[in-house]
Ligand binder design. Structure first.
Ligand SMILES: [Zn+2]
Length: 249
């Protein structure tokens, strides 16, 4: 039985599929986070003063513990989109993230670009990650972020069928290949301040892990998160993305 949300989305996607998108348009729409053509995904609401720190590609035994320490110092909860196979390799660290009150999300099992994978592969990547995270933490996983932001109707439908809300972002920089924490923080702060002037909240992506291997060096990203926390914690409210989910009743 489909919920009204699921039914509405399926109808919308069916109409789009029939429209026959050009290949170039398809690639653009599938990869660009501002695009709404393949259905709704949570980014950020018009609530200036609110910030969500979200971390992708962990858990990472090399840097996630330090990040958790920093979040604790500032008494802030964040959202972690975890890679399933890393969580399986690091169950104690995964439990620590959950135990310290952060929100856990699904970032697929092995971080492929799901926009170009078969339906069976997409289902397997999402389901296996949900099951593993739930087995480790005892929590149901309600949020999904597609690797590389890659999505198409089948990917969004797979997430909805598992009762997960797709989540994108509205603030990102190349933190995974930028060696300077100052530059990462400065770019994101400029974006936060810009969105604030437009009366938007900011959904910030940083990476505490690397999708190519477990144990990536994420010191610049973790330090940049610390700078953002120090700058905004007295003037802004840090939330986890469930605070912005209109499907939560
Ligand atoms: Zn990722």
């Amino acid at each position: 039985m489909l919920s009204p949300l699921q039914t509405g989305l399926s109808v919308g996607l069916g109409a789009l599929a029939g429209a026959g998108l050009a290949a170039g348009g398809f690639a653009y729409a599938a990869m660009w986070p501002a695009s709404e053509i393949f259905g709704w995904a949570l980014k950020a609401p018009p609530r200036p003063g609110e910030l969500a720190l979200t971390f992708d590609d962990g858990p990472n035994p090399a840097w996630t513990p330090r990040l958790l320490d920093i979040l604790n110092i500032h008494n802030v909860r964040a959202t972690f989109f975890l890679v399933g196979k890393y969580a399986e390799a690091e169950p104690e660290l995964t439990r620590r993230i959950a135990r310290e009150g952060h929100l856990l999300g699904n970032h697929s099992w092995s971080h492929p670009n799901l926009a170009i994978k078969s339906a069976a592969k997409v289902d397997d990547e999402l389901l296996r990650t949900c099951k593993t995270l739930q087995d480790i933490t005892g929590q149901r996983i309600k949020y999904f972020r597609p690797p590389f932001g890659g999505r198409r109707p089948r990917v969004l439908r797979a997430a909805l069928e598992l009762d997960m809300t797709p989540v994108l972002w509205n603030a990102i920089t190349t933190d995974w290949r930028e060696p300077s924490a100052d530059r990462i923080a400065e770019r994101l702060m400029r974006r936060i301040d810009h969105l604030e002037r437009l009366y938007w909240a900011t959904n910030i992506v940083l990476h505490d892990g690397g999708h190519l291997k477990l144990g990536a060096n994420r010191e610049p990203s973790v330090q940049a998160a610390g700078q953002i926390l120090a700058k905004y914690k007295h003037t802004h409210r840090f939330v986890t993305v469930d605070a912005w989910d209109p499907t939560v009743t």
